[in-house]
Design a protein around this ligand. Sequence first.
Ligand SMILES: *Cc1c(COP(=O)(O)O)cnc(C)c1O
Length: 496
Amino acid sequence: MKKIRYNSTRGNEKNVESSYAIVKGLANDGGLFVPDQIPTLNKTFEELKDLSYQEIACYVLGEFLTDFTEEEIKHCVYSAYDHKFDNSDIAPIVKKNDYYYLELFHGSTIAFKDMALSILPYLMTTAAKKQGITNEIAILTATSGDTGKAALAGFGDVEGTKIIVFYPKNGVSKIQERQMTTSEGKNTLVVGIDGNFDDAQNGVKAIFNDQEFNQKLNKVGVQLSSANSINIGRLLPQVVYYVYAYSRLVKEGEIQDGEQINVVVPTGNFGNILAAYYAKEMGLPMNKLICASNDNKVLYDFFETGTYDRRRDFVLTMSPSMDILISSNLERLIYTIAGEDASVVNELMDRLQTEGQYTITEDMKAKLDAFYPAFATEAMTQEAIKDEFEDINYMLDPHTAVAKVAFDKYINETKDTRKTVIVSTASPYKFTKSTLMALDNRYENIDDFELLHELNTVSRVDIPEAVKDIEKRPILHSTVCEKGGMADLVLDFLKN
Ligand SMILES: *Cc1c(COP(=O)(O)O)cnc(C)c1O
């Protein structure tokens, strides 16, 4: 089997093993690790269609993580995808009308981040062992709401690790916040910051890039790593569910092996849709990757014009996990369409940092053909929730609703008849207020936690374990800090 090596998008770290890249998170030069080639799907769906989620995960991850043994991959996969998921399919695909929802919210924190964050701790600790690392590994994470809790659930009380989460104090839903601040686990720290997600993410990146700070940590036997989707160990497990979804469609007779499908992905940091792109590059028969944005439509504008411009107001929307102006993973796509020329990436990322914008060449833009961009305003998102509930009695969370709007636009515009999978990234129970308000204004003054019961009455879907009685759990984390105070808090926590 072909060995896959990993390179930094900024060119200074080359040819490293996946276990090195996973432990490291971000490369020394500030770049993101990318595989030096995308492996090819070398099995037919006749062979794959009867495999379980876990078996497909072992196959796909095995193709990418070529320095892991089969046993190691099995250990990671089967430890991650078990009874923590409330559906034995792990990622069930639900047929509605003539399209499909791929439900990625059946894990322990009811958002799609669980798909990767339930396996990352196992990949990370296995990788550390392989690399002979004896330091404690501290996961440092910025979250727009969902990553934080999923990482806390994944890494909480995992031997040899600590986990620190920064979230925008006023930028997440009440339920998201409570999920995080009630996290148990002696190795956890949760901090709200006075700022938005980009501030949190920039603060975290600055800490990663501060060599002096990292040396200080080394002295106390700690090294940092990342659970954000900048970590390749976060990204690769997300390729799995695209292959799995396709295998289910073949199995159910919805498509023929080889038939092209579209996917619609509600997008923020560009991780989930990049995983879809990698699946397509592996040879999974996919036509368009529909990139759905909310009012922070920086990606929509980028795909339309070739200019990435973050110089705009940051909008707080009802889909907070997509309220992002700097989509980190886009750097990996830029690297690919620049013909893997790190100097181009360096130049564009510098420009983004200094001028707040960059423009790609026509040649590069021509390579973005697989993507179809669309966006949803708040009103359109609300309408999609209401319509889908009234039409087919299916409650969408606001992120998935953004994807539904993008899907409708795509179909109206192209009349494409290929089968399309809409990626459903969160349970509506995570966003009770905004989902119910889309149906009726009378929920306006009702407490978010009370609304869990209302949503249960309206949707007749059971309240997931993840949020049941959440308002009664003790709050264990209440630290708030300024943007500038993050590094001190990190050092303080890790010293002990
Ligand atoms: C994180 C998240 C997204 C965005 O995914 P990216 O990989 O950052 O593009 C969409 N929906 C939900 C519910 C999320 O938690």
